[in-house]
Each structure stands twice: as C-alpha cells, then as structure tokens.
Design a protein around this ligand. Structure first.
Ligand SMILES: Cc1cc2nc3c(=O)[nH]c(=O)nc-3n(C[C@H](O)[C@H](O)[C@H](O)COP(=O)(O)OP(=O)(O)OC[C@H]3O[C@@H](n4cnc5c(N)ncnc54)[C@H](O)[C@@H]3O)c2cc1C
Length: 462
C-alpha cells in the first residue's frame, strides 16, 4: 500500500491479517473456491467507507471488485490483486409508504430479509428464489425473481440507484440523471462501472394466496410431458410460475431416490381460491395417470417455498452451473434438452426449465436477451474429485443443445468456462461505451472471462 489507509468505520484486511482468507472467501456461497486473491479486502460498514475505499484504490493504483451477497456461482468478487470491497456489513432497508418504494443496501438478502420486511407492510418484491441471494448482484444482472414470467425481470422494478463512481463521487442515477448508469445497472451484471450503494425499488401489493401443483414422473415420460408443457404454458395464466426440474426424486426420508423430473406450477393469486383456479390446466397433463406423486393446487406459503429452495441448494457444497436460453422448433428443443434432465451425473445435481412464455418485450436496459424458456443446470457435490466428471457431463449435454441455444443469462454463468451471448449486440456496444466513458482507467473490474475479446458471442458461432 502506498498511502496510509483512511479511518474506516469498517475494517481494511490485508494478507498480514490472520483472517485474510476468511475475509476473501468466507462469504462466497460456492465452496468450489478460486485460487485468486486480492491485495486487500475492505469490510465496508457505511456509504462513506465505500467512497473512501474507491479513493484509496485510486491512490494505490488498485482495481476494485465488489461483493454484496456473495452468491455469484463463479465467485466473481474474488480477483487477483486490487481491492475487494465487501458490502456484507453495510446494511439498511427503508420503506416509503407514500410511494411504495423500498430502498435497500446491496447485501440485503432478497428472500430472507427484504421479503419478510415487505410482507409485514403488505407489500412484495420479486427477489431471487434462494432466500440468501443478495439483491446487489441479482438486480445488476437482470434478476429472475418469483414469477418473473408474469411480473418481469426484477431489474425492471429498479427506479433509481445510488452509485459511487470511478472518481469516488456518490451520485443518484435514474431516468432523468446519470441515465447511462441507470440503463447499465439493469443488466450489466459483474461489469458495472461503479459501486451501487442503494437500490430504490418499486414494490407491489402482497398477493392474497399461494397455491402449488407438483407432478413427479419417471424419465421416460419427459418427451411427452415437455411437449405438452410447451403448448400448455401459453394457456396457463401469467400469475403462475412454471418450472420443470430434472432431479433424483426425494425418497420417504427426503434423500435423493430414483431419477425423475417434476412439473411445478406456483400460483400467486388475489386469494387462495384464485391461486388454486389458476393451476387448473396442469390437470390436463396427458401423462398425469402415470405420475408417481401428485400434489394438486395445495395451499402454500413463501416460507415453505424458501425452505424448499434452501434444501435444493445446500450450503457448504461445491457447484458447477451453466445455463441456456432455448429457442426454435419445440420437438427439437425437447429432444436436445432431454439429457440435461434425464442423465444427471450425480444425485444432488438438478436441471430446471423455466417458462418465459408468452415472452414479453423488454424495456430499454442493458439486459436484452431472453427467449420462451430458460434451462439451467446445477452440479452440486462435496468431493472436489467429482469436478472433472461433472464438468465433462455438462460440456457434453450443453454441446448437444447448441442448435437450440440462443444465449445465456449472466446469473448462472461462468465465462471462464463457457462464453455465450447474454444481451443484444446493440446493448453490448452501448454498455462498452458507458464503461469506457465512466471508468476510462478500468478502476472497476470487468467480466471475469477466459477471452474478453469474444464476450457476448456464442462460442461455436465464432
Ligand atoms: C443458491 C443460489 C440461488 C440463486 N437463485 C437465483 C434466482 O432465483 N434468480 C436469479 O436471477 N439468480 C439466482 N442466483 C444467481 C445470483 O442471483 C447471482 O449469482 C448474483 O450475482 C448474486 O448476487 P450477490 O450479490 O449475492 O452476489 P455477489 O457475488 O456478491 O456479486 C456478484 C457480482 O455482482 C457485482 N456486484 C454485486 N454487488 C454490486 C454492487 N453493489 N455494485 C456493483 N457491482 C456489484 C460484482 O461484480 C460482484 O462480483 C442464485 C445463486 C445461488 C448461489
């Protein structure tokens, strides 16, 4: 360090400190840990700490990486060299009843903190499914929250952000001021040229009832069920989140049992009766007589859904994840994605198909690519020796799916492993320009990529 560190309310941790590694990695959800290490970690507690941290980095010629919730699968916040500003101890949520706008710091956990806070006030924000995901990284990359199919990307509800720029200035960005930063913050993901210190979010009235349909099948039913699903999804009302999950079905002890897949509908209704009625079309599933387990429009709650999310994404595990936006002829899609659901490599691995139909046009923001359905696969394991086999499986099934792949979502991606298109060419060019204008010296780290020059291209099309 060339300059004396300013007095932070939080703490600057350097390699000389015994807890340096804990500061670097302790809050990273994925236990498949990188060997990268920054020069220092600032455990920021206040907005002033963040401003001072960016200025200290400038004085030392350091790059700056940021961590909010620590849930980026590829541990994007952990870089070689530079300063990691960790926002985990910088906390706050405020709600304005007059406007229905909630303001929250980026490490706020969407499901565990923001949602209960809003529920008490009769409001809702469609944060990420896993309750511990931080709103920071989630919103910056688009945000596939509850019922994204019907309510849109969570980033569409961002009305303003507060940002520390590369010059160490704190500014507000919205439609009328610093509009370039506001545009970029809704889709740039881990290459935003600034640090967001607060998100100001539009909330919606809390739904009155939640109902859940689950139908479990053996793998041999996949083609028939998915083909029906593609047609049915266009008729199922848009207050229903529709997900198909390839998995080892839980046995009576809740442990992964036989391979199979589940079709699920989660309806957010004005009341329970409305939610239950919204799930009617699932009863038309032609394979229903052969379902192993059926839960039909059962009353549910967000608390129950959160428990299920935590069960599916256990902590202290290693994860390899990847994803695709699929597009094209339905029969070909179903055939090409089938191995992702029916040939899972380990008992804890799972793959989701999430309906995004009918596809809505996107507003003008950096997030610019989605199709009618999202497929993401998660290889979860405890023994590092399993990594190679999982990686080989993922590579094989995703290569087979290339003819129906339009691109990918930043949220479940890892550009050090595979680079795909994630927004339109036009949006990507505009984003590059904003990054160059706002951060000409590259103070803030950019996408962690194996080849930055070929980002936003499907690698097999180059
Ligand atoms: C178990 C689990 C479940 C998930 N479920 C969902 C889901 O339902 N929907 C979905 O869309 N995604 C989901 N994700 C993906 C998740 O949203 C992304 O990984 C997201 O980046 C996590 O945000 P974070 O703040 O927790 O992560 P972090 O690792 O803290 O942040 C990721 C990156 O975002 C950037 N960033 C974060 N905060 C700031 C900031 N304040 N200013 C500037 N840049 C910042 C930085 O580049 C940072 O490295 C899930 C991930 C996990 C592990």
């Amino acid at each position: 360090m060339t300059q004396t560190a300013p007095a932070f309310t939080g703490r600057l941790v350097t390699p000389a400190d015994a807890d340096f590694d804990e500061a670097v990695l302790g809050r990273v959800f994925n236990h498949r840990r990188p060997s990268r290490r920054p020069d220092a970690v600032l455990l920021a507690q206040t907005e002033d700490d963040i401003v001072a941290g960016v200025r200290l980095a400038a004085e030392n010629g350091w790059s700056v990486a940021v961590r909010s919730g620590g849930h980026a699968w590829a541990a994007w916040s952990v870089r070689d060299g530079g300063l990691l500003i960790d926002l985990g101890d910088y906390r706050g949520i405020d709600y304005d009843e007059a406007t229905g706008i909630v303001s929250a710091t980026p490490s706020t956990k969407g499901g565990e903190e923001l949602s209960p806070f809003l529920e008490e006030r009769g409001r809702f924000f469609n944060g990420g499914h896993c309750p511990t995901v931080g709103i920071g990284g989630f919103l910056l990359q688009g945000g596939q929250g509850w019922n994204q199919r019907g309510w849109g990307w969570a980033a569409e509800s961002v009305v303003a952000i507060d940002v520390v720029t590369a010059d160490g200035e704190l500014v507000r960005a919205d439609e009328t001021q610093n509009a370039d930063l506001y545009w970029a913050a809704r889709g740039a993901g881990p290459s935003f040229p600034g640090i967001v210190t607060r998100f100001h979010l539009k909330t919606r009235p809390l739904f009155g009832g939640l109902a859940h349909t689950v139908q479990a099948f053996r793998p041999e039913e996949f083609t028939e069920v998915m083909t029906w699903m593609y047609d049915a999804t266009l008729r199922i009302p848009t207050n229903v989140e529709i997900v198909v999950v390839g998995m080892y079905l839980p046995d009576e002890d809740g442990e992964p049992g036989e391979p199979g897949f589940i079709v699920t509908g989660l309806a957010f209704g004005d009341d329970l009766a409305h939610a239950q009625a919204s799930l009617e079309i699932f009863r038309e599933n032609p394979a229903l007589p052969r379902a192993i387990v059926v839960k039909d429009a059962a009353p549910s709650s967000l608390a129950e859904q959160r428990v299920e999310q935590i069960r599916s994404n256990p902590e202290e595990h290693q994860y390899l994840t990847d994803n695709i936006w699929v597009d094209g002829d339905t029969a070909e899609i179903v055939e090409r994605i089938r191995p992702l659901f029916t040939e899972l490599p380990t008992k804890k691995a799972f793959t989701i198909w999430m309906s995004n139909l009918p596809t809505r046009p996107l507003p003008d923001m950096a997030f610019g690519l989605h199709t009618g359905a999202y497929v993401a696969t998660y290889c979860c394991y405890e023994d590092p020796a399993e990594e190679d086999a999982n990686r080989a499986w993922m590579s094989r099934v995703l290569t087979d799916a290339q003819p129906v792949t339009a691109g990918q979502y930043l949220g479940d991606s890892d550009f050090t492993q595979r680079q795909l298109r994630f927004t339109t060419d036009e949006a990507y060019a505009r984003l590059q320009q904003i990054m160059a204008d706002r951060d000409p010296d590259g103070r803030f780290v950019r996408y962690l990529a194996s080849d930055p020059a070929t980002l936003n291209h499907n690698h097999w099309e180059l």
